[in-house]
Ligand binder design. Structure first.
Ligand code: GMT
Length: 379
């Protein structure tokens, strides 16, 4: 099949899911056309089945706000026509779903049919999407998409809660790991470099927005380090970074904390880590934690949104109430204080991650695309 994938080109979240999905589909022989304003971060390998189409926005004296959505819709129209796409799969509702619906309507006026699959990822529903500034357009785009998927059951329920789309079926297709590309690496020399005295490595990765509660990560770590020797690795960057740096100084853990910024080799860092912290206020799935688990790293997280569907309490780690730093610290120490317990949680984290193997999830997306094409052929 020829599939257009529209996504943000960013390092985390929906951008990663979209690009890993596209690469895996290309490996299975589908022709994949990425459409974005930049080359997606993880599209590192090109082959005969992978294409990238950039969306450009031209400036004009009248445009205080360049009309990205218009360029995107026009680009989709052109690519569907020129490349004869079978389906458009858009990741993150704003503005990708509405632009796709617009493109579909333009094409329909020319007698060309293109079905739209919209995958909801999280904040497009739970935070920004439900803002009255966007809600009517998001609701319409959901209703007009041929298929809507959500990355967790919790996000599916939240979508029905925040939007009047009860007539629309929303299919849950969870996020996944491609174990052939993402798994524990043998990089012990790297561990010796960061933790020369055998300290435990505690890690967190995010876009440092308030919703991630990175301040809780630092507070939990401050509690951990009182009991066991440890280092904190913070991966990513974002608006809260300066406040977090300040907090590490205030809590006296700045010398044990390393800010690594945006990183490509996440699997290498996870491969030497002992514990992943994800205390988010809101999290529809928590892909970063699943990537940690795939590298045998247990997770102490909040129980927000869909996290508990992925991180099994007492098995791959623990889930605690949002903001309950004291319990999260206790749970982290329960895992780290004893070598046997740590080893048990590490192997259980891996077993749990295996349930989200791309081999199990990819066919769910292929079924969606195929059923749309079949329905169209039969119509
Ligand atoms: O909010 C983010 O961290 C980015 C966002 C995105 O769409 O890029 O992430 C959301 O989608 C991820 C991939 O499906 C999920 O793993 C994250 O849980 C989700 N983030 C939130 O719900 C806060």
């Amino acid at each position: 099949m020829k599939i257009g994938i529209v996504c943000f080109p960013t390092y985390g979240g929906s951008g990663v899911v979209a690009t890993e999905l596209g690469k895996a589909l290309a490996a299975r022989g589908h022709q994949i056309h990425f459409i974005s304003y930049n080359l997606p971060a993880r599209v590192d390998i090109f082959n005969n089945n992978l294409f990238y189409h950039e969306v450009n926005v031209s400036s004009y004296p009248l445009f205080d706000y360049p009309p990205y959505e218009t360029s995107l819709a026009s680009q989709m129209v052109n690519i569907v026509k020129n490349e004869k796409l079978d389906v458009l799969h858009v990741h993150y509702a704003i503005p990708h779903a509405s632009a796709a619906i617009f493109a579909k309507q333009i094409l329909a006026a020319e007698g060309i049919y293109i079905p739209v699959v919209t995958t909801l990822h999280g904040t497009d529903i739970t935070l920004v999407g439900k803002d009255p500034l966007y809600e009517p357009v998001v609701s319409y785009s959901i209703k007009q998409s041929e298929v809507v998927t959500a990355v967790s059951e919790s996000l599916r329920v939240d979508t029905y809660k925040h939007f009047h789309v009860e007539q629309k079926e929303i299919k849950v297709i969870p996020n996944f790991i491609d174990f052939s590309k993402f798994s524990k690496q043998k990089v012990e020399h790297f561990k010796k470099l960061i933790a020369p005295n055998g300290e435990h490595l505690v890690v967190h990765t995010s876009n440092f927005r308030k919703v991630k509660r990175v301040d809780d990560v630092v507070k939990i770590f401050a509690g951990i380090i009182k009991e066991v020797p440890a280092k904190l690795l913070l991966i990513g960057d974002g608006p809260e970074r300066a406040n977090i740096e300040q907090l590490t100084r205030e809590l006296g853990v700045n010398n044990s904390t390393t800010f690594l910024g945006k990183q490509d080799a996440i699997d290498e860092i996870m491969s030497v880590s002992d514990l992943f912290l994800l205390p988010s206020e809101q999290e529809s799935f928590g892909l970063a934690a699943l990537e940690a688990m795939a590298c045998e790293v247990p997770v102490v997280s909040s129980n927000a949104g869909g996290i508990a569907e992925m991180n099994l309490d007492g098995f791959s780690g623990f889930n605690c109430n949002v903001g309950d730093v004291e319990t999260m610290t206790k749970r982290a120490l329960e895992i780290l204080s004893n070598a046997e317990t740590l080893a048990k949680f590490k192997s259980q984290a891996f077993l749990q991650a295996k349930k989200f193997d791309i081999e199990n999830i990819l066919p769910m997306y292929e079924d969606v695309y195929e059923s749309l094409c079949t329905a169209h052929r039969l119509a």
